[in-house]
Write a protein that binds this ligand. Structure first.
Ligand SMILES: [Zn+2]
Length: 436
């Protein structure tokens, strides 16, 4: 098995000479200190937040763990307070409208140097799965300068790998044509879009697609199993978010979790309730700190994603850490009166198992009815599906659930309500508003 190419890349970029956690950690402590100094000296937000922090006294990782967290709401309130460079040095601004109700948006800024750092990671990250014999189709946004698709294309060009950036899937017929005309062997895209496409265009998928890279949202296990068993694809997961500079980590050929971009980012897993570090193997919230980011460094940024560090060494033999696959957003759940929880990922495992289902939405109304709407190829299957799915949902939770299931036909034009956003289990509020 090929060792993750991220290892050599990180050794080169960090300049550390030994393959050891200790050497990498020493490098990371230096980088953390320089991020703290840079952010405190150059951004209004960190000047205030770190006013009481004596950065020079931080000599260890545990010392760093006393530094306060940064929350997404802080960016939303006043993104410009995070800026460390003049506005003319900003080459890319990403606006993330994550909240359904408030008008505040999260803005993430990048300089040319920041974008180049991501291209560098993408180049070596893509080497985990592709080589020059591949032709890659990217079903992610790519028109704008510095968008994820644009950076991926530039990264693959450095490895002389052919790449077409199409944008998110809207018209399956068009994407089918592109795959056939260009002999595409590898697709990069959003998990639910790839599943959808594979279910309605299974022939072309089986014939052409050998590798899949899933990104931008957590990946249901049932989805990976289906792509592997139905199409004999190798399915790689990438973990990243815009705030990280898009990329955070990618699986090696062992496919047992992501190796992380440890030369550019410092990752922690914390107990979301106490803020204390979780032990390896224990699930918690992913927190990261950027190294060398010019426009908008982030320190101990709370991602809201749930994951854990693996306790095992990866079969590829790297000394880099492995993070087990993200299992979703911490808030992506509904808590019932008996304190039982229902997570979107649990519904996914039940509902997406049926290959007739092309997509679905789930929402709780204020009367505590779980409303599920299935997108189906054919309506005549609905009654059977409804019965089976309802039975499995009722068996999974002790709470007395009221279920209301409906279906709608596949429009063949994938409706992108929030193209790069994460899927949500929605609780509808009185008046019809949405609450994350
Ligand atoms: Zn590995």
């Amino acid at each position: 098995m090929k060792q993750t190419p991220l290892e050599n890349w990180i050794l080169q970029r960090t300049g550390i000479h030994e393959r050891s956690r200790q050497a990498l950690e020493e490098y990371q402590i230096q980088q953390l200190a320089s991020t703290l100094h840079y952010a405190k000296d150059n951004s209004r937000y960190y000047k205030k937040l770190l006013a009481q922090t004596d950065i020079d006294s931080i000599k260890s990782i545990s010392g760093f763990h006393a530094v306060p967290f940064t929350y997404p709401e802080d960016i939303r309130k006043k993104p410009t307070d995070f800026l460390c460079v003049s506005e003319k040095e900003v080459k890319r601004i990403v606006t993330l409208n994550t909240s359904g109700t408030s008008g505040e948006e999260k803005r993430i800024y990048f300089t040319e140097g920041d974008l180049n750092q991501t291209i560098d990671f993408f180049q070596y990250g893509m080497n985990c799965l592709t080589d020059q014999s591949d032709r890659v189709l990217v079903l992610l946004p790519g028109k704008a300068y510095g968008s994820i698709g644009d950076l991926l294309k530039k990264a693959l060009a450095l490895s002389h790998i052919e790449c077409i950036v199409h944008g998110v899937l809207r018209d399956p017929e068009e994407v089918e044509q592109i795959i056939m005309e260009n002999g595409i062997s590898c697709i990069v895209g959003i998990p639910m879009q790839i599943l959808y496409f594979s279910r309605i265009k299974s022939e072309v998928f089986r014939k052409f697609i050998k590798k899949v890279l899933l990104s931008t949202d957590y990946v249901p296990g049932v989805l990976v199993q289906e792509l592997e068993s139905r199409f004999h694809c190798t399915v790689f997961n990438h973990y990243g978010m815009t705030e990280m500079g898009y990329g955070g980590g990618v699986e090696c050929q062992a496919l047992t979790g992501y190796h992380l971009r440890e030369g550019d980012l410092y990752f922690e897993i914390i107990d979301p309730a106490t803020g204390k570090p979780a032990t390896d193997g224990q699930y918690g919230e992913v927190v990261f700190t950027t190294f060398g980011r010019q426009a908008m460094p982030l320190i101990r940024y709370r991602t809201g994603d749930m994951a854990r560090f693996s306790k095992n060494h990866c079969a590829c033999g790297t000394f880099l850490r492995t993070m087990d696959k993200v299992i979703g957003r911490i808030t992506n759940k509904v808590v019932f009166d008996n304190s039982e929880e229902m997570h979107l990922r649990e519904l996914d495992e039940i509902i997406l198992k049926y290959s007739e289902v092309l997509d679905y939405t789930a929402a709780f109304s204020r009367t505590d009815t779980l409303e599920i709407c299935l997108t189906l190829m054919k309506g005549e299957l609905f009654e059977k599906l409804q019965e089976e799915i309802a039975e499995r949902i009722c068996a999974g939770w002790k709470t007395d659930l009221k279920l209301c299931m409906t279906w709608k036909p596949d429009s063949r034009i994938f409706k992108i309500t929030n193209s790069m956003g994460k899927r949500n289990l929605i609780r509808l509020q009185e008046g019809g508003g949405k609450d994350g």
